[in-house]
Ligand binder design. Structure first.
Ligand code: AMP
Length: 194
């Protein structure tokens, strides 16, 4: 077994040490002014291409999720789809997609929410989760928290409980965590904080 493959077997609890976070940060590519001027886009494709870094991130998300005893992991389109199924597989629970409008083939529940400019909509299949389900939401990045909060509301509309929301990256200066929490008891966790 290669040294890299050995490293990928580590199950590291959050928070990671500063050294580990710095290593993961070094694998992320910043793209200035994407998708619009003033935004520094955190490109995680470079992290995911690094087997040890990707594995460290997935393992850390999975061990944190495990403690919350979810029955379902929900991933937000599009980059949440890369992460959530791997976490669900690790935990031995199902995966549910939360999608952009018009993509899901069956009956859906919808929610619209405000963006910095304009509005966005997310959908979930009406039978994707149900009362009694304990759901963890997974996405790549927590910025202002609007997307995760809308997803939480969508899942709650179907009667399930959101027990946690996990992210690879959290932009702490945007205080998205406070927006998602709003006094509710769910666990918000992230592997890397900026
Ligand atoms: P927000 O609703 O403001 O928390 O934004 C979170 C969503 O937008 C996530 O699905 C991210 O993929 C995406 N996002 C927002 N800001 C960035 C950024 N600086 N870099 C990469 N993705 C971002």
């Amino acid at each position: 077994m290669t040294a890299n493959a050995e490293k990928t077997k580590l199950m590291e609890k959050l928070p990671l040490t500063q050294e580990r976070q710095d290593w993961l940060k070094s694998t992320i590519r910043d793209i200035n002014d994407f998708p619009k001027p003033g935004i520094v886009f955190k490109d995680l494709t470079t992290l995911m291409k690094d087997a040890a870094a990707f594995s460290c991130v997935l393992n850390s998300l999975a061990v944190t999720c495990e403690a919350l005893k979810p029955t379902v992991v929900a991933g937000i389109e599009a980059r949440g789809f890369i992460l959530a199924p791997a976490v669900a597989h690790h935990l031995g629970v199902g995966f549910v997609p939360v999608r952009k409008p018009g993509k899901l083939p069956w009956q859906t529940e919808k929610i619209s929410y405000a963006l910095e400019y304009g509005e966005d909509t997310l959908e979930i299949h009406s039978d994707a989760v149900t009362k009694g389900d304990r759901v963890v939401i997974i996405d790549d990045l927590l910025a202002t928290g609007g997307t995760a909060l809308a997803t939480k509301h969508l899942i709650e509309k179907l009667g399930a409980t959101v027990v946690g929301a996990g992210f690879v990256v959290e932009l702490g200066f945007l205080a998205g965590r406070d927006k998602v929490l709003q006094g509710s008891p769910l666990e918000i966790f992230s592997v890397i904080q900026f």
